[in-house]
Design a protein around this ligand. Structure first.
Ligand code: ADP
Ligand code: ASP
Ligand code: MG
Length: 422
């Protein structure tokens, strides 16, 4: 008997028929003798629908009190799907109970819309499991110390599931989704993308942080910190497939240093359309300028990703960096009010039509020339590189958004990541 956490994404919970399927699958696992905890997302489209309603009433407000209400609102999606799943399980003849985040409780900080989990109490859930119940815990939400409902950022149910698995010391956390594993890149963009049987934790962390939305980055961080065995697999297989076969399907996130199964130098390609570039032109080329600019941005609680400073000419230089697109307008305002006046005659130019494309692979540590192969491939397609950043296991470039698909496809091909034809 094992303690298993299943997580089902929005598409997997997308209709009563699909919820019924999830219930049958979970019941199969419970009947095989496992203690089962299930973390569902809201039904697909529901979180967007709710947030769009709020926007209709008050576009783009960012006050604490507004963000608090967004979390009150968005969290209802998961509450509904959890109750529906418990009902479906009950009609499968299973004893089942659902809990909202605050009922567990899943404690978080108070950063509404992007809260971080601080602790999870396990007494109530354990008592239910010991009584033979299937426990459903809402994804995506928690409660802060003032008993406000919080949410964990878009895609946050992955993080709920892994955190619950860590708190319960579960034997495995299975993330069921609408693809049958982690691919070399998003199979919606490159149909030739290949499923990875295993992916190292470090690679998964990079891919998630660089834009592969298949797992929310914080869920991967949790898995790494607490060594939660984690697998991504399809919820669209027939619910009654052989359980041993199912348990080995999809993609396993591995923690071994040396994964023998997939020895490619580059394991995957990630892309991200969520950033915007800001360039400050004609900045005085003297000590303290980066701090003056980025310090002000940090004080505004805006995260900066890539940074580039050109060589100075005539005592001046240009300074560019990228921020999340949601923070772009605020960053521009902040620069215009707080930074530009103190720098003299400078101007800030923004570009929201960019994207970041990254190649990821632990094999890059031991191979040279990988980044230059990436640059050559892009140049052969006539794609201009605006910014570059590298780490031991990834190289990222910022390019014009309109070339994103071309860039991803040509890199996928250049690094031989296509489907191996039978
Ligand atoms: P869920 O609702 O189950 O959480 P998501 O939409 O959040 O599902 O994540 C699954 C989607 O992630 C897939 O449909 C796929 O388009 C996308 N995706 C992006 N990159 C990858 C990748 N490298 N491998 C697999 N899927 C990916
Ligand atoms: N329902 C939330 C969202 O759409 C959380 C999740 O699906 O993981 O972002
Ligand atoms: Mg998701």
């Amino acid at each position: 008997m094992a303690l298993i956490v299943h997580k089902y994404g929005g598409t997997s919970m997308g209709s009563p028929e699909r919820i019924k399927n999830v219930a049958k699958r979970v019941a199969k696992w419970a009947r095989a003798g496992h203690q089962m905890v299930v973390v569902p997302s809201a039904m697909s489209g529901e979180t967007n629908r709710l947030l769009a309603l709020a926007k209709e009433l008050a576009p783009a407000k960012e006050t604490q009190s507004y963000m608090r209400e967004l979390d009150m609102l968005a969290s209802t999606g998961e509450q509904a799907s959890s109750a529906l799943l418990a009902i479906a399980l009950q009609s499968e003849g299973m004893d089942s109970v659902s809990y909202a985040g605050w009922q567990v409780p899943i404690r978080t900080d108070s950063a509404f819309t992007k809260a971080r989990i601080e602790s999870i109490e396990d007494d109530r859930v354990r008592a239910d499991l010991n009584a033979g119940r299937v426990v459903i815990i809402t994804g995506f939400q928690g409660v802060d110390e003032s008993r406000n409902i919080t949410t964990l950022g878009r895609g946050g149910s992955d993080t709920s599931a892994v955190a619950v698995a860590a708190a319960l010391k579960a034997d495995e956390c299975l993330i069921y989704t609408d693809v049958d594993g982690v691919y070399t890149t998003d199979p919606r963009v490159v149909p030739e993308a290949r499923r990875l049987k295993t992916v190292s934790f470090e690679e998964m962390l990079e891919m998630a942080s660089l834009g592969s939305k298949v797992l929310q980055i914080r869920s991967v961080e949790f898995a790494g910190k607490y060594k939660v065995p984690l697998r991504v697999l399809s919820s669209f297989t027939p619910w009654d497939i052989n359980i041993q076969e199912e348990a080995k399907s999809g993609t396993l996130i591995t923690f071994e240093e040396d994964t023998q199964m997939e020895q490619a130098v580059v394991s995957g390609i990630a892309f991200n359309r969520d950033e915007a570039k800001i360039s400050i032109i004609g900045v005085p080329d003297k000590p303290g300028i980066a701090y003056q600019i980025l310090g002000a941005v940090a004080e505004g609680n805006i995260e900066v990703d890539m940074i580039i400073q050109n060589i100075g000419k005539d005592g001046h230089t240009d300074f560019s960096f990228t921020v999340h697109r949601n923070d772009y307008a605020r960053a521009m305002d902040l620069l215009k009010v707080k930074v530009l006046p103190t720098l003299g005659s400078t101007e800030a130019i923004g570009d929201t039509k960019i994207c970041k494309v990254s190649i990821v692979g632990i094999g890059m540590r031991s191979h040279v020339g990988i980044a230059s192969k990436m640059f050559r491939t892009l140049s052969e397609e006539g794609i201009n590189i605006q910014m570059i950043s590298t780490s031991e296991i990834k190289t990222s470039v910022v390019i014009d958004e309109k070339y994103m698909e071309l860039a991803v496809r040509s890199l996928h091909k250049a690094f031989d990541l296509e489907q191996v034809q039978a």
